[in-house]
Design a binder for this molecule. Structure first.
Ligand SMILES: CC(C)(COP(=O)(O)OP(=O)(O)OC[C@H]1O[C@@H](n2cnc3c(N)ncnc32)[C@H](O)[C@@H]1OP(=O)(O)O)[C@@H](O)C(=O)NCCC(=O)NCCS
Length: 169
């Protein structure tokens, strides 16, 4: 599998279609909340993970520090700082789960966060994690902070990780 940034409108539509299948059709999120202004912010990076067959496995996005989160799902509900990059909308199609696509997407988005916003080889990344997905994020090194909350009726906690440049010998 491999992860690439979205660069074409067609790729963006592919990403949205998968998000709708996972968040709207599977989890019952309101489609008007799922698609938001952050998607169209030029500083938002969308990523796609493809299988070697070319099938789309999963998607995610990196939101730049200072992006207006007033319209984002989870906005104003938790305690995430607007001053750091956020990772969000991480979704792997139901048939592709458990094969490493989510991990590959997170590695790509974290590396981009470090490259774009890191200082002295480190960057704090935050995300709003569905409670059911928190074991996935915890395994990647994320720690929860603040109180839990409901977003779209789904239990969430905010979580953070200090992403550091890999040690180079
Ligand atoms: C959460 C999600 C993105 C994980 O993607 P994935 O491709 O299945 O994850 P990976 O295959 O990289 O899994 C890595 C590890 O996390 C574990 N894991 C993944 N999702 C998990 C979950 N929901 N609960 C507990 N463990 C989970 C896997 O079992 C695996 O552990 P292992 O290597 O010890 O077996 C995917 O399940 C998904 O899209 N779920 C629906 C949408 C969602 O919840 N998105 C997150 C919103 S905050």
């Amino acid at each position: 599998m491999h992860v690439v940034p979205v660069v074409t409108e067609q790729q963006f539509e592919e990403a949205l279609a998968l998000r709708i299948a996972v968040f709207v059709d599977e989890q019952g999120v309101d489609p008007d909340s799922e698609r938001d202004d952050i998607d169209d912010d030029p500083r938002t990076l969308h990523a796609l993970c493809y299988a070697d067959t070319g099938a789309l496995l999963g998607v995610g996005r990196l939101v730049a520090p200072g992006t207006d989160t007033a319209h984002g799902a989870g906005a104003g509900l938790g305690a995430m700082s607007p001053d750091v990059p956020h990772i969000g909308r991480v979704a792997v199609g139901i048939e592709g789960r458990g094969a490493g696509a989510g991990t590959a997407l997170m590695a790509f988005l974290e590396a981009e966060a470090l490259a774009r916003f890191g200082e002295e080889g480190a960057v704090r990344v935050e995300l709003s994690a569905q409670d059911q997905a928190m074991p996935f994020y915890a395994r990647l090194g994320y720690e929860t902070f603040g109180e839990g909350y409901l977003d779209e009726g789904i239990g969430h906690h905010d979580a953070f990780k200090i992403v550091r440049a890999p040690h180079t010998p």
